[in-house]
Design a binder for this molecule. Sequence first.
Ligand code: HEC
Length: 160
Amino acid sequence: MQSLYILYEKILLSNVVIDIYVYSISMKDAMNKSTLLLATLSLALLSACGQKDAAAPAAAPAPVAAPAPAPAPVAENTAGKSVFGKVCAMCHAIGAAGAPKPGDKADWGPRIAQGMDLLNKHAMEGFTGAKGVMPARGASTTLTDDEVKAAVAYMVDQSR
Ligand code: HEC
């Protein structure tokens, strides 16, 4: 990209040089036919470069667009991640007592299929399934509904 940009600058610069050159000749002899020819040539060159000008900015925004995925982690579910780390991980991270591990698509798939509402309900009110007991709010009674939901969303997002 850097070298492309330098090339682009060089083309711009050579344009200016040709321009000044043609201008100075035509000033000396405005009626000279060869000057007219040169001027026409430079015009053709200019318009050809003009096309490059149009192409170059199209390539230029690429490096700007490249870091664009960076803001995505900003929208990351940080609340859910933190609640998960503090409360849910003690069972879910290692699959203790049959807790579905985040990323275990086989275990999460049928659970996710139930819908987020039921998952959130099970997480908030507690739930006994085929594998074991999920205590209400992971037995951390001080967690708010939103915190529990965020943690559920965090696990579900990793398991889709
Ligand atoms: C003491 C261990 C333990 C803790 C702590 C725990 N869980 Fe669980 N959780 C389980 C177990 C075991 C299951 C699986 C129950 C089953 O399907 O038999 C489960 C299942 C779930 C499910 C799936 C429910 C369903 O309908 O399939 C969700 C959602 C869930 N937990 C969310 C959470 C959240 C959010 C936290 C933290 C706030 C948390 N859990 C903390 C043990 C735990």
